[in-house]
Write a new protein. Structure first.
Length: 225
């Protein structure tokens, strides 16, 4: 994801007649019935993309070395070129991003924020609200978000390391994980919060619904399963 320098807007043009692949001008191989167009080739280190109901595109980014990051908002013209771009927010090095009930939710490594829009404005003019605060810093910084459609937001918090190494082990000894792993307390899992509330404390005001998660940058919710 960090090396991605181009974004493709996928236009769904009907059901898929087969799984045969077709060459596309954007350099992607897609099934018949799908088309991809490059709309913004130079956005930097992208993480996640969210699409507003009106078609505006929102991209969370990672900082370049010594630089800053945030959210990029794009509004496209009828030919899919970028008609307007705005960079906003102090959500640095964000991953999870998505729309729910018309508001944009975005996660930094330590908090989840909500941006509300006034009318059809491209970038929110109001300051963001903090939905969840106190996510643990360090370790894997990914914070995937998902919504169940009935008022809950799910927040993923990655592990503190790959195998939970004992910090007191000799440096020349083979790495060996701790059992039980302290990373399973307060991270390495998925928590459920109220999507409408603000300033919820992590993890005490959430409900943990999954554990043993190393690093899950993105996930979604489906009511079909």
């Amino acid at each position: 994801m960090d090396a991605m320098k181009a974004y493709a807007l996928a236009l769904f043009l009907g059901s898929l007649p087969s799984l045969a692949l077709a060459d596309e001008d954007a350099g992607l191989k897609l099934p018949p019935g799908f088309h991809a167009t490059i709309v913004a080739p130079e956005l930097g280190r992208a993480r996640h993309i969210a699409i507003r109901a009106n078609g505006d595109i929102y991209v969370s980014t990672l900082s370049e070395r010594g630089g800053t990051s945030g959210i990029i908002a794009l509004r496209l013209a009828s030919d899919h070129s970028v008609a307007e771009r705005k960079d906003f927010s102090a959500v640095s090095n964000g991953t999870g991003i998505g729309f729910y009930n018309g508001a944009l939710y975005a996660a930094s490594p330590t908090a989840v924020y909500r941006f509300r829009f006034r009318g059809n404005e491209l970038a929110p003019s109001d300051a963001p609200e903090t939905v969840v605060q106190g996510l643990p810093p360090g370790g894997f910084p990914s914070r995937g978000l998902a919504f169940d459609g009935v008022g809950h937001i799910f927040v993923e918090v990655g592990a503190s390391s790959n195998i939970c190494v004992d910090p007191n082990a000799p440096k020349d000894a083979p790495p060996k994980g701790l059992n039980p792993c302290p990373s399973l307390t307060g991270r390495s899992g998925v928590w459920r919060f109220d999507a409408s509330k603000t300033d919820q404390a992590f993890p005490s005001e959430g409900e943990q619904i999954a554990t043993g998660v190393r690093d899950m940058m993105a996930f979604t919710w489906s009511a079909k399963f």
